[in-house]
Design a protein around this ligand. Structure first.
Ligand SMILES: Cc1cc2nc3c(=O)[nH]c(=O)nc-3n(C[C@H](O)[C@H](O)[C@H](O)COP(=O)(O)OP(=O)(O)OC[C@H]3O[C@@H](n4cnc5c(N)ncnc54)[C@H](O)[C@@H]3O)c2cc1C
Length: 261
């Protein structure tokens, strides 16, 4: 049994092709928007959201659409208006991918309830054999010595049973077909605890991220998923402050000024 701690890594973010963006803007007369983006506002995630928003009204600059006589020139003000007016669909273009490392199946069961705007690839315990049982304990549990003694003994027994089954089924013997290994590995995982730490890649767009960060860090949410989404919130606040700067963070709960955009 291995003690582990859930860890979130941001592994992929949007990247604009500014040559193609420039070519498009030259065709519609919106080149000045890109000049502004060039002046140190090269946050691709924010630029993509703004680009998707501005195409709707052709609001690259005043007059391109005769109905538009004024525009917000500051990106942060523009994106804040997107959030405050709940035009969240433009945020769906902006996707981020994370590795959630050492997260339990307790957390991943809850995570997959969020379906809109997500993609999930989870470590398969039908294929991946358990040789040890990585496990996260919250601080308060670690401080309870009797609890830890009993929990550790239980997990060690489960771990030992995994090893016994692998030997009993002869999984490492010469010539065992992969289909047989898969079938037995799937059976064996039934004897692993739900708190077993595992991993997945989770991709979500900014609209989804805002909703899930709020709901899964709320005071009433489960403690491991709060820990995970606290990390996601920290990463996103750094990554795209104009899209994640409206949160109040109190005692681990991320509450946005603009709910459900
Ligand atoms: C603190 C907490 C406690 C919970 N406790 C329980 C529990 O005890 N039991 C339980 O079963 N679940 C529980 N849940 C899960 C909860 O009920 C939701 O299933 C989960 O939070 C997914 O969120 P969502 O419904 O907003 O869906 P998401 O997939 O995150 O979708 C985001 C939004 O898109 C819209 N949307 C998505 N899909 C559809 C659709 N098919 N039709 C129409 N609109 C759609 C909705 O507006 C939705 O809010 C809990 C969640 C939290 C945060």
């Amino acid at each position: 049994m291995r003690h582990v701690t859930p860890l979130v890594r941001l592994i992929a973010r949007p990247e604009l092709d500014y040559d193609e963006v420039a070519a498009y803007l030259a065709e519609v007369g919106g080149e000045r928007w890109l000049e502004r983006a060039d002046r140190g506002e090269l946050d691709d995630a924010q630029n993509l959201a703004e680009f998707a928003g501005r195409i709707c009204y052709r609001s690259w600059e005043p007059g391109l659409n005769p109905n538009v006589t004024r525009i917000r020139t500051e990106q942060s003000a523009y994106l804040q208006n997107i959030l405050s007016s709940a035009h969240g669909s433009v945020l769906e273009h902006v996707n981020f991918s994370f590795v959630f490392h050492h997260v339990s199946r307790v957390a991943t069961h809850e995570l997959v309830r969020h379906r809109a705007g997500t993609a999930v690839s989870q470590e398969s315990l039908r294929f991946v054999r358990l040789d040890d049982l990585p496990f996260w304990f919250p601080d308060w549990a670690e401080q309870d010595s009797e609890l830890m003694e009993r929990a550790t003994a239980l997990l060690q027994q489960m771990e030992e049973f995994q090893g016994w089954m692998a030997g009993h089924f002869g999984l490492d013997e010469e010539g065992v077909k992969f289909g047989e290994k898969k079938a037995k590995t799937s059976f064996m995982r039934r004897f692993a605890p739900e708190g077993l730490a595992t991993g997945l890649v989770w991709t979500a767009n900014v609209r989804t991220l805002r909703h899930v960060i709020e709901s899964r860090t709320a005071a009433g949410a489960e403690e491991e998923i709060r820990l995970i989404f606290g990390q996601v919130g920290e990463l996103m606040a750094k990554e795209a402050p104009a899209l994640f700067g409206d949160y109040d963070v109190t005692e681990g709960a991320w509450t946005p000024k603009y709910h459900k955009v």
